[in-house]
Design a protein around this ligand. Structure first.
Ligand code: GLU
Length: 398
């Protein structure tokens, strides 16, 4: 007899990015010389000053429960960061510290969705958004974008997608998986619709430190009325190479922050005390490591875009943020490779992993067909080798 599993749990599919990452790491462990453009995980070490703050926290016995929604010290550091970087005024009562960006997003949907409420998710989207909405009994509604429009939606398209059941829009800028960045002007138009239609905008700015040309705009900076409708999500993982430490945070109305804190107090208690102490150092301490990583990412991006433009059959829009290149595979799909017709991005990525030992993420999990995502949060050496392998595969030389 099958063990009982709830209908809700059965509807949740596993994270394809983490699944690929696990497969890739397992292959490496087995000694298979695979190279990867898989999960978006910085290849840099967590900066020394941050690690030391974690060690100090352990040595000083900062190893007990903290307030469930995070320490006052870290909330104050987050408020200071909002003021410094974006000129935004928040108080500790507006902030909830969580176990990473994913946890923050889950808290949000659990606290804003009634069963059946619609959450608009522009596609291509990061793989976890729809599943998180479903976990909260919400209904993901997809707003498709196209490469011709740089994978961005317009205010008009948003307006058309809103119904009387719409609770929120998710806006991720810079975007995972496309690397696209919304301009201030585009966000101003979107903000007008959000305010007029009285919905929330969940603004995920986890890649805010990685905008290569121009500046990052947070929609909440565009006026008091849109700030009231905005729930900001961010975390330490990407900017400070702290993926394993699991610290994320939200900024919202005090009432919503209280609700999320209550939820968290039962679900997980507090985020790890040691990681919180390290996060204070990350936000308040020396920021030079962020710049070092930024400079390296931009070099990698430029190299990749240039190389991809020279590989026959594939192309990409130059990304302006995050650390992903989203390549168009449409010209190479439907053709025969190694005695088999390859029709979908998934089939091609599977075959490339098997024959060329290179891992890329197929686009189906991001809600669009015919593309693959390459992360450049990996060394230049890996990037060169990985692109050589992709080229070799496409030439039929594997
Ligand atoms: N966010 C990263 C990615 O998209 C890490 C894996 C995950 O959380 O999905 O690859």
């Amino acid at each position: 007899m099958q063990p009982f599993i709830s209908e809700k749990a059965k509807k949740i599919s596993p994270s394809p990015t983490l699944a690929l990452d696990a497969k890739f790491k397992q292959m490496k462990k087995q000694g298979i010389p695979v190279v990867g453009f898989g999960a978006g995980e910085p290849d840099f070490e967590t900066p020394e000053n941050i690690k030391k703050a974690g060690i100090k926290a352990i040595e000083e016995g900062f190893t007990r429960y903290t307030p469930a929604s995070g320490t006052v010290e870290l909330k104050e550091a987050v408020c200071a960061k909002f003021k410094r970087d974006l000129g935004l005024d928040y108080k500790p009562e507006n902030i909830v510290i969580s176990n990473g960006g994913k946890h923050s997003l889950t808290n949000i949907f659990m606290c804003i969705c009634e069963p059946g409420d619609e959450v608009i998710i522009p596609a291509p989207f990061w793989v976890s958004y729809p599943e998180m909405v479903k976990m909260a009994d919400g209904k993901p509604v997809y707003l498709n974008t196209t490469e011709e429009n740089d994978f961005k939606f317009t205010a008009e398209e948003l307006k058309d997608a809103i119904t009387d059941k719409t609770r929120a829009l998710i806006l991720n800028s810079p975007s995972n998986p496309t690397g696209m960045v919304y301009t201030k002007e585009e966000l101003e138009e979107i903000a007008k619709v959000v305010v007029e239609k009285d919905i929330y905008v969940v603004f995920d700015e986890i890649y805010e430190k990685l905008v290569y040309e121009g500046t990052h705009t947070n929609i909440a900076t565009l006026g008091e009325d849109i700030k009231e409708k905005t729930i900001i999500v961010n975390g330490l993982a990407k900017a400070y190479a702290m993926t394993g430490w699991r610290i994320g945070y939200t900024a919202s109305s005090a009432a919503l922050a209280k609700a999320m804190g209550n939820l968290q107090s039962h679900a997980t208690s507090n985020p790890n005390s040691i990681a919180q102490a390290a996060a204070v150092e990350a936000l308040n301490g020396d920021q030079s490591s962020v710049k070092v990583m930024f400079d390296e990412y931009i070099k990698r991006r430029d190299y990749m875009v240039e190389r991809i433009s020279k590989i026959e059959g594939i192309s990409c829009v130059k990304p302006n943020g995050a650390f992903y290149v989203f390549i168009n595979l449409k010209n190479v799909l439907g053709k025969e490779y190694y005695g088999k017709v390859i029709s979908t991005a998934s089939e091609m990525c599977d075959d490339m992993l098997e024959k060329a030992l290179v891992a890329l993420v197929p686009s189906e999990g991001f809600g669009i067909d015919g593309y693959a995502r390459l992360s450049y949060a990996t060394s230049m050496e890996t990037i060169e080798e990985g692109l050589n392998r992709i080229e070799k595969y496409l030439k039929g030389e594997c």
